[in-house]
Design a protein around this ligand. Structure first.
Ligand code: AMP
Length: 284
């Protein structure tokens, strides 16, 4: 496995793979890797000749400077994990390598058909603009056949699908396939996340209530309306001292608009556990 830090090295390796007719899988990450990321990489290794994993804490998708500063970073450990599961290349650039000063402060606004106006988009203005800025650049540099994203960040996955399949940019991505991968959880149900590293032991225990409550709401949904379940889940999580719901919305899986019933619905939650903002979701 090779670690690449410049766009030039990256594009040279990509060109060599293309010359040899190899298929390319790409897994974009922000590092501090765990089993959730590993599941994406393993799938990519199984389905492509060559796999590139990017490890880049993208400053343009953080609207909170403290969150960016505190984001865990450990390239050495990440590289060990990636090598052990068969990745071929790690692309780990600096922000200055990725962006010009102008791009770092870009005010370009993408059109996501409203998918960015709800939930995470509403709470973190500009977040998805930054995500699409970095992901579209990685697609352009790596020219992958397949790119892998977790359902843990469900709204992000919906927006990437929209960008590649329906946006004005779609022709620039050729036949690229976006592959969504299921959420990997700890044995106690907590969705794996790099941000879990910032939780204390007692907060980690508290956080397991999030999935427990989400899961039990699927059963309750048989006898209740969408709005009732939203309220029940919110109240049940808020009743636990140390947890505070920012939003719980049950939305249509494709449009992300409020669901009228449970037929094509996903419930998306954001919870503060102490100072750490956790996200999770459940399909109904
Ligand atoms: P991040 O490093 O948080 O930007 O995540 C990189 C990719 O890994 C994204 O596509 C995430 O959705 C995915 N991911 C993160 N955590 C998990 C998890 N627990 N299960 C599955 N995919 C995940």
């Amino acid at each position: 496995m090779q670690i690449l830090s410049t766009k030039l090295e990256l594009t040279q390796q990509v060109a060599a793979c293309k010359r040899q007719g190899k298929t390319i899988g790409l897994v974009p990450t922000m590092g501090a890797l765990h089993e959730g990321h590993a599941s994406l990489v393993k799938k990519a290794v199984a389905e492509n000749d060559v796999v590139f994993v990017s490890v880049f804490v993208n400053p343009t998708q953080f609207n909170n400077k403290e969150d960016l500063a505190k984001y865990p970073r450990n390239l050495e450990r990440d590289a060990q994990l990636l090598e052990s599961i068969g990745a071929h290349f790690v692309f780990a650039p600096t922000p200055e390598e990725m962006y010009t000063a102008e791009e770092m402060n870009s005010t370009f606004v993408y059109d996501f058909e409203g998918l960015d106006k709800v939930m995470e988009g509403k709470m973190r203005p500009g977040h998805f603009n930054g995500v699409v800025q970095v992901v579209s650049r990685l697609f352009y540099l790596v020219q992958p056949d397949r790119a892998y994203f977790g359902e843990k960040d469900y709204q992000q996955l919906a927006i990437i699908h929209q960008m590649v399949e329906r946006s004005a940019l779609k022709d620039t991505f050729g036949d690229l396939k976006i592959i969504g991968c299921p959420i990997v959880r700890q044995a106690d149900g907590l969705a794996m996340s790099s941000r879990n590293e910032r939780l204390s032991e007692s907060e980690k225990k508290l956080a397991t209530n999030i999935y427990r409550i989400l899961k039990s709401s699927v059963e309750s949904a048989k006898n209740a309306s969408v709005r009732e379940i939203e309220q029940q889940v919110t109240d049940a999580i808020n009743a636990i001292e140390g947890l505070e719901v920012e939003y719980y919305e049950i939305v249509d899986k494709t449009t992300l608009l409020p669901a009228k019933d449970f037929s094509n619905a996903i419930g998306c939650v954001t919870v503060y556990c102490g100072p750490v903002r956790l996200i999770d979701n459940i399909m109904y």
